[in-house]
Design a protein. Structure first.
Lengths: 513, 363
């Protein structure tokens, strides 16, 4: 069951290659344009989305909903067709679809520039200069579209398996090479990749249903699925819709149970092993309660060899956008069969390491935001984080369990700093959570000390108003102008810091955060 | 205050101090809730209490420095600050602030010249006019945005953004955190406008944040964080400039802090729990009322400059009406926000685990 996805800015080129390849593989080809027509017929405002990108409209709730629905529609259409057999799909940036499915071959096709210009001149009746200008604008719009829909650039090489430059290779030869590539063991379905695709399909179906049903169409809900469990996160303002969600989702093929979690934001807890009786669980649960956050669990199977950034990688399952594994760097080296499975129906036994029990506890607390697993290097996590929603906090729990304690500590710190550098999200190691985010005795002492210092400064200024103002602007002020300016520059940030910290901590104690 | 100091700075009674704190608190709540600004309430609020316009702006921009420092630190932790973009904007924002300080100082000094004009009336009029013009445009755009057909799909006019997006003006710089490419010239122009407005009325954020979102294409959270980071430097630069001229009233700055640093946390919390449409509607209405309040005070300044022949007794009425209107709108707006904040906070706690249990589905 080969799935080949061909991305190219030039429609004619990608269509020719897709049709040629589909003929060789004996399967159907499917285009973005076909899905677009179907999406428009289904009532998705694709045109509005494109206008939003062209006009660079600011992100809005409605726009985000339309985008999510569009993406779900495309994902569902492609997954449905792919589950029936081989498929060649082509589009402008479709290589970013189906993230984490290891048996998808993602191809970038660079069209011949001259041919592309001639195509545009012929199709639109433009002269050469205008056609070149048109192509430049089009490429820029496509890049914006890619950022808008998938959050990554159009030409980022890490998301492709292979790039064909048609200046150097013919369509016929490229097609023949792809035909051979589709037979490689690396691109054969594995139980894990099939499971991941099922998760994606189920999530897309749920998202679609929610987007079309009159009861939930206007709601901003976040959907993640794993093995039949559908987790839907909603904002507090939408609590009236929440009871209707199970009714809407009922009947979707593959949905076995539903968890609805109210949250204003979400955390990601990454660990190799989870323990619901641990102090870290209690701390995360407490902080999630304070922040009104849902907690997503990501079990990270760390590299077998080497530290962060080294070693090999393996399977990936889970459909939550945040924990969805990266579209590509998921080599198949951990697969002992080399990707060839004798019995595809036999589910792969993956050690759970407390993931399920922790998820259950979080569900009980009303704070479950979904779960998933990913294996690979630290870069794998970075890609997953970048392709998912924005998290308020990423907590790194127990990882590198097979290493000695000191090595484990060092590698965990290295992994945390690596993630901090690469993603725009606060990343914290579990041990630091209490000290940084949860109020304790230390905070009370800090509040008292800050308030005392503030009171002293205020007391001095307000009991010596005349002198202070004379120093800052009085008749003799010109003589010590520089000192006066420096005095203001020193005392103002000090007061802001002292009093600002005290009020912030005080409100934190009152759970206003 | 005695002598020359008495002409420039007000005497602070206990009730006056409480009113400044209240202004700070309301400004802080609005600032945390809206994401930028707060000065649109605090500057006219202080002017209504008799503070000279230039002193109100100077004390407010000094207050802004510390507030932005605390806020940008928090945003920085969340990865919402593009320091490079902020520093590029600062190149010309500093020039804008300097220009604003020079104009304000010149106008302040040119008043009270023995020709009947009251000290500071020129600066007060100038600040009020800029305030009314700029904030009217901002509020009307926001209101149009909220009241548009579905309130979501259409945004403010993007013609400028489209035009600038298409015009290739090298050098074009890539900003990694915001993930945008922008022409240096556009950045410098926006920096100048932001700095000028920050220095004149203390609300550079009303230009800086929309410019970053609509013209540069920066994500909203990064725009807010980057603006705060920029505001920290602009506040510092403005503070140094105004302190150099001797217009900073440290007492007012401190009293503003007492209210604002508490209010800003509550306002920020409100954003998480209050409906977005309500946020935008409340913001637009509050700004419009503040504009109206400042507009009411303008005839008094015109009279003081002998542009309008009316009885000086009317000054008190204009100022009083302006003050009542400003406080009424501020208190009502702040009350509305706080009411929703506390209600949502309570509901959130109650609802937290209502739907926690998994529900089996018939498939």
């Amino acid at each position: 069951m080969a799935i080949v996805i061909i991305s190219s800015a030039d429609e004619q080129t990608r269509r020719e290659l897709a049709v040629n390849l589909a003929r060789k593989l004996g399967c159907d080809s499917m285009s973005r344009e076909q899905i677009l027509d179907a999406a428009t017929e289904a009532g998705i405002a694709v045109g509005k989305l494109e206008v939003a990108v062209l006009k660079r409209l600011a992100p809005r709730e409605r726009l985000a909903r339309d985008k999510a629905r569009y993406l779900a529609f495309v994902t569902e259409s492609v997954c449905e067709r792919a589950s029936k057999g081989d498929l060649v799909y082509h589009g402008r940036n479709c290589h970013l679809l189906l993230p984490g499915i290891s048996h998808v071959i993602r191809i970038c096709v660079v069209p011949e520039p001259e041919r592309r210009i001639n195509n545009i001149m012929e199709r639109l009746g433009l002269d050469r200069d205008k056609a070149i200008g048109y192509i430049r604008n089009l490429d820029e719009d496509l890049d914006n579209w890619s950022h808008f829909v998938h959050g990554v650039g159009l030409t980022d090489p890490q998301y492709f398996d292979l790039v064909f430059n048609l200046q150097n290779i013919s369509i016929e030869s490229a097609s023949a090479a792809l035909c051979s590539m589709a037979q490689l063991s690396d691109f054969q379905p594995t139980p894990a990749s099939i499971r991941a695709m099922k998760n994606l399909l189920l999530a897309a179906k749920v998202r679609n249903k929610i987007g079309t049903h009159e009861l939930t169409a206007g709601a901003d809900l976040r959907v993640s699925t794993q093995d039949g469990r559908v987790t839907i996160t909603y904002m507090p303002g939408q609590s009236k819709i929440a009871p209707k969600i199970p009714e809407v989702v009922a009947g979707i093929d593959g949905a076995q149970e539903i968890v609805c979690t109210m949250a204003t934001t979400n955390f990601l807890w990454i660990a190799e092993s989870f323990d619901p009786s641990s102090s870290l669980f209690a701390e995360i649960n407490d902080l999630a309660g304070r922040w009104g956050a849902a907690v997503e669990l990501l079990r990270w199977v760390t590299p077998l060899e080497g530290g962060p950034g080294g070693g090999e990688a393996g399977f990936a399952v889970g459909s939550s956008p945040g924990v969805s594994p990266p579209p590509h760097p998921v080599p198949k080296a951990m697969d002992p069969t080399g990707g060839i499975e004798d019995d595809m129906d036999e589910p792969e036994e993956v050690p759970d390491n407390g993931l399920a029990t922790t998820a259950e506890r979080l569900i009980g607390a009303g704070r479950f935001g979904g779960s998933g697993s990913v294996a690979g290097q630290t870069e794998t996590i970075v890609t997953a984080l970048k392709s998912g929603p924005q998290y308020s906090l990423v907590v790194i729990g127990e990882i590198f369990l097979s290493k000695p304690s000191s090595v484990k500590t060092r590698l965990t710190r290295d992994a945390a700093s690596f993630l901090r550098e690469k993603v725009n999200t606060p990343v914290i190691i579990g041990d630091e959570l209490q000290g940084q985010f949860l109020p304790g005795k230390r905070h009370l002492i800090r509040i008292a000390a800050s308030l005392l210092c503030t009171a002293i400064i205020f007391g001095l200024v307000f009991t010596h108003q005349e002198q202070v103002m004379d120093f800052l602007a009085g008749p003799a002020w010109k003589n010590w102008r520089i000192v006066a300016v420096l005095g203001v520059a020193a005392v103002v940030p000090l007061v802001a810091y002292l009093y600002g910290s005290a009020t912030g901590l005080l409100l934190k104690l009152l759970k206003f955060e | 205050m005695h002598g020359p100091l008495g002409q420039m700075f007000i005497d602070l009674s206990f009730s006056g101090a409480l009113q400044i704190m209240l202004i700070g608190f309301i400004g802080g709540v609005l600032s945390g809730f809206i994401g930028s600004g707060g000065a649109f309430f605090m500057t006219p609020g202080m002017m209504n209490l008799g503070v000279q316009g230039v002193v109100a702006v100077a004390s407010n921009i000094t207050h802004k420095f510390g507030k932005a420092m605390v806020g940008s630190h928090a945003h920085g932790k969340m990865g919402n600050v593009d320091k490079r973009l902020a520093l590029f904007m600062l190149l010309t924002a500093a020039g804008g602030i300097r220009l604003a300080v020079l104009i304000n100082s010149l106008l302040f000094k040119s008043g009270g010249d023995g020709h009947g004009a009251v000290q500071g009336a020129g600066a007060n009029l100038y600040i009020s006019l800029v305030f009314v013009c700029i904030l009217s445009i901002v509020a009307l755009f926001m209101l149009r945005d909220v009241l548009s057909k579905d309130g979501e799909t259409t945004g403010p006019s993007t013609r400028i953004a489209q035009l600038l997006g298409r015009i290739y003006l090298p050098p074009v710089i890539h900003f990694k955190v915001a993930d945008v490419k922008v022409s240096l010239w556009v950045i410098l122009l926006m920096g100048l406008a932001t700095g000028y407005l920050a220095g004149t009325i203390g609300v550079g954020g009303f230009i800086g944040v929309p410019a970053m979102i609509y013209v540069f294409g920066v994500p909203t959270a990064v725009a807010a964080g980057t603006e705060l980071y920029l505001a920290m430097f602009m506040g510092a630069f403005g503070m140094l400039n105004y302190a150099w001229e001797g217009y900073v009233d440290l007492r007012l700055t401190f009293l503003l802090y007492l209210g604002s640093l508490l209010g800003i946390h509550l306002g920020t919390y409100g954003v998480k729990v209050v409906n977005e449409k309500l946020i935008r509607l409340a913001t637009a209405v509050i700004i419009l009322l503040c504009v109206l309040s400042r507009g009411i005070a303008i005839p008094a300044y015109l009279r003081q400059l002998n542009f309008l022949a009316i009885d000086p007794k009317w000054d008190a009425y204009f100022n009083g009406a302006s003050k009542v209107m400003l406080f009424a709108s501020g208190i009502a707006g702040c009350g509305l926000i706080l009411y929703n904040v506390f209600r949502a906070h309570r509901q959130r706690r109650q609802l937290q685990s209502t739907f926690g249990r998994p529900r089996p589905l018939a498939t």
